[in-house]
Ligand binder design. Structure first.
Ligand SMILES: [Zn+2]
Ligand SMILES: [Zn+2]
Length: 137
């Protein structure tokens, strides 16, 4: 079954439509996600790049992520909502921020990554696999 979904930023200047199920969904506890989200972790959907169409202007900036390769973070220049990440390590995919979905109730989390940076007071008790870094495959 293929999932159609829509999302956008807080002010509505950026919108997107996706037409394919995510390849992977995960909680990311890395330091960059903590800093940029203002939260103890973020949750992202790994989706095929060409299955998502964006409208509206996006700003971006690049950092070397905890994985060691460049990560570009895209956000709305008006309201600063984080929209997605590009990882040089995975050029065919982008990583959508789950909070940008209009309806995220259908999302099924699959794993926790970068638990090496997890805050000690974040309790994981969902039974999902945990990886200290980004899993290789
Ligand atoms: Zn916006
Ligand atoms: Zn992260």
């Amino acid at each position: 079954m293929s999932k159609n979904y829509e999302g956008g930023c807080h002010c509505g200047a950026v919108r997107y439509t996706g037409t394919k199920d995510p390849e992977l969904t995960f909680y990311c506890h890395c330091n960059d996600c903590q800093r940029t989200s203002g939260s103890p972790f973020s949750m992202e959907l790994m989706v095929e790049r060409n299955s998502v169409q964006f409208s509206g202007e996006l700003s971006s900036y690049v950092v070397v992520g905890d994985s060691g390769s460049p990560v570009t973070r895209f956000f709305c220049p008006k309201c600063s909502s984080g929209m997605y990440l590009d990882c040089d390590a995975d050029p065919d995919y982008l990583f959508l921020k789950v909070g940008s979905l209009d309806d995220a109730s259908w999302v099924t989390p699959q794993m926790h990554i970068f638990t090496s940076a997890k805050q000690p007071w974040v309790q994981i008790n969902d039974g999902l696999p945990q990886y200290e870094k980004m899993p290789d495959d």
